[in-house]
Design a protein around this ligand. Structure first.
Ligand code: FDM
Length: 210
């Protein structure tokens, strides 16, 4: 593959907590970098910005926020990165993104009274991924991988509902069995990512859910 031709690809990794998503994002970054690809890793929520600090406080259970208001904050946390993401992609930098709007929808719509369609609205128009990889692990396996921490949402019942919500969106994704070895999962991801990077070329960047 020619390095540096065309725009970068927008690659999203999604999955339940403890699906190995963060490990796989890092391995993917290292592997692409070692082959001289221009690539960056970003993560949502980005806890460093002003919205991110509120989200962090909410997740650590230090602050109560209305369910819809926190949903909008998670979305704002993505919108504030939009221009930077578009600029990077146009400059040929591939972005690996650890969680995106799909987490936003899957987690929020696991709460009472929040419809999936309502949850999608605030993220409509964000840069559209060229590839979404979902690391699939059963919620009980995920819970047994080192156990959950203290953060909000880290319990088996809630994660089961989240898993079902992800399934309602995953028709166009690459769903990978995350139960395999770290290296096998990495190879599978790498193959999908490389073919996506070759295919984006100069195709315009789409808009999510439009
Ligand atoms: N989460 C993440 C949401 O509820 N909405 C979102 O839009 C995003 C991006 O925040 F439980 C949830 C998912 C997870 C928590 O994620 C923090 P990390 O990956 O553990 O930081």
């Amino acid at each position: 593959m020619a390095v540096g031709s065309g725009r970068g690809a927008l690659i999203i990794l999604e999955g339940l907590d403890r699906s190995g998503k963060t490990t796989q994002c890092k391995k993917l970054l290292e592997s692409l970098r070692s082959h001289q690809h221009k690539v960056k890793l970003i993560k949502f929520p980005d806890r460093t910005t002003e919205t991110g600090k509120m989200i962090d406080s909410y997740l650590k259970q230090n602050m109560k926020i209305d369910d819809r208001a926190i949903h909008l904050l998670f979305s704002a946390n993505r919108w504030e990165k939009r221009l930077e993401m578009l600029k990077d992609l146009e400059q040929g930098i591939t972005l690996i993104v650890d969680r995106y709007a799909f987490s936003g929808v899957a987690f929020s719509s696991a709460k009472k009274g929040l419809e999936l369609e309502w949850c999608k609205c605030p993220d409509r128009g964000l840069p559209k991924p060229d590839l979404v990889i979902f690391l699939n692990v059963s919620s009980s396996d995920a819970a047994s991988r080192g156990g959950y921490g203290e953060e909000r949402y880290e319990n088996t019942e809630f994660q089961k509902t989240v898993a079902n919500n992800f399934k309602r969106m995953w028709d166009e994704w690459k769903v990978i069995d995350a139960g395999g070895s770290i290296d096998d999962v990495h190879q599978t991801i790498l193959n999908y990512v490389k073919s996506t990077m070759q295919s984006v070329d100069d195709k315009p960047i789409g808009e999510l859910w439009i």
